[in-house]
Write a new protein. Structure first.
Length: 155
């Protein structure tokens, strides 16, 4: 099992601690600006934001119109990086299955935009990821980028 796959199965609260902290609204604004800058710098302008705030871009449409729900189990391949391109987790060519109810909010939110067989990118603001918690190689308040292929959906 991938070293950090279990990170996806953790839902972390957003407790505020430490020195000078941004307010939640300030962090949202900062994350939004970081995501917008990343999108432009990487030519990903064809994507859009979900109502919750996850940026997604479908790079290859799926083979059906079936989309997962929060109650679905999905089979995927993925690669997770920080905005600087540093990889913190990847499935490689292995297909990984899990329930969307088990993963961070940004995955639950963003994966519902994918159809079976599609590939794409999720850019998850820190509040929908691990918030102000450091988890493994992921520093607190990190925006997360995932390249994903949705292989199958099990409802």
């Amino acid at each position: 099992m991938q070293k950090y796959l279990l990170l996806l199965f953790i839902s972390v609260g957003l407790g505020i601690s430490g020195c000078k902290q941004l307010t939640l609204d300030e962090q949202w604004d900062l994350d939004r600006q970081l995501i917008d800058d990343y999108v432009v710098e990487n030519g990903l302008e064809d994507g859009m934001y979900t109502d919750a705030g996850t940026y997604y871009l479908i790079t290859e449409p799926g083979t059906s119109n079936q989309k997962p729900t929060v109650d679905s189990e999905v089979a995927v391949t993925y690669r997770g990086t920080l905005l600087n391109g540093k990889e913190f987790d990847a499935s490689g060519s292995r297909i990984i299955s899990f329930g969307l109810w088990q993963v961070i909010e940004g995955w639950r939110d963003g994966m519902q935009q994918f159809t079976k067989g599609s590939t794409g990118i999720l850019i998850i603001p820190s509040a929908l990821g691990y918030g102000n918690q450091k988890v493994g190689k992921i520093k607190k308040n990190s925006v997360l980028v995932f390249e994903i292929e949705l292989i199958d959906i099990f409802n």
